[in-house]
Design a protein around this ligand. Structure first.
Ligand code: SF4
Length: 237
């Protein structure tokens, strides 16, 4: 699996390869069970039920790093943050920021395109209770590391959605940029900002989960501030 990730020559190759990964038995069983049992509202749909690749152009200057696909969102539609409430909030914000051509993301063939932005997750399969184990995070890391390598020439800013994604970034510094992570690691927080030499800036943002957006812990205005800052740091108009 590590070797296959490392061999990916471009994002299309990587996206195809990751979609065929079976490295984590617990997550493979879960993603397939969810796809078989389905949620009542989606009973008539064919679930994707496989790892979910990243989305967005290879020359992205901004990356949005999430936790893992949602069971009935990405795991259903095959596209990250697509078909669930988290995605509704995220893509509306990207559209307001001029980084997405439309404010909604409902299916893999709905015409959505991103500008200057690549979205990917630390773990590529939907985990039970949205909680991958540390071993699953580490097993999946080579996919993340290769994806960052492929966008590295243009990548300037990473927006980490939540503490899990924030923590998943530090190994990328060593694996991809050959730089030691800062010690101690900067703490995650909404609006946290870390910059290092010759590596992308890291911005912290509360995760766009319903738990945060329904309670008002994360508002559209807060997301707008994060993406305005990300665009400034990345030099995106
Ligand atoms: S979580 Fe990652 S490493 Fe594990 S099966 Fe899915 S794609 Fe493969």
């Amino acid at each position: 699996m590590v070797a296959r990730a490392a061999r990916a020559t471009d994002l299309a190759d990587l996206d195809g390869a990751v979609s065929d990964c079976f490295a984590c038995p617990r997550l493979v069983a879960w993603r397939e069970e969810v796809a078989r049992v389905k949620r009542a509202a989606f009973r008539d749909q064919d679930y994707w039920g496989r790892p979910v690749p990243g989305l967005g152009p290879q020359d992205a200057r901004i990356a949005v790093l999430g936790l893992a696909p949602a069971a009935h969102g990405g795991n259903r539609t095959g596209r990250i943050f697509t078909g669930d409430r988290s995605g509704d909030v995220l893509f509306a914000a990207l559209h307001r920021a001029g980084l997405a051509n439309q404010p909604t993301s409902v299916s893999a063939d709905d015409g959505l395109t991103l500008r200057d932005t690549r979205i990917f997750a630390a773990v590529r399969c939907a985990p039970p209770d949205n909680k991958p184990t540390p071993a699953e995070r580490d097993t999946c890391a080579p996919w993340l590391h290769r994806e960052v390598e492929l966008v590295r020439p243009t990548l300037r800013v990473v927006v980490a959605l939540g503490a899990f994604a924030w923590a998943a970034w530090w190994p990328v510094l060593r694996q991809v940029y050959r730089r030691p992570p800062p010690t101690p690691r900067p703490a995650f927080g909404h609006g946290a900002h870390w910059s290092g030499e010759s590596v992308p800036a890291l911005l912290g943002c509360y995760h766009v989960s319903q738990q945060n957006t329904f309670t008002g812990r994360l508002t559209p205005a807060m997301l707008d501030d994060v993406f305005t800052r990300a665009k400034d740091l990345a030099g995106v108009d």
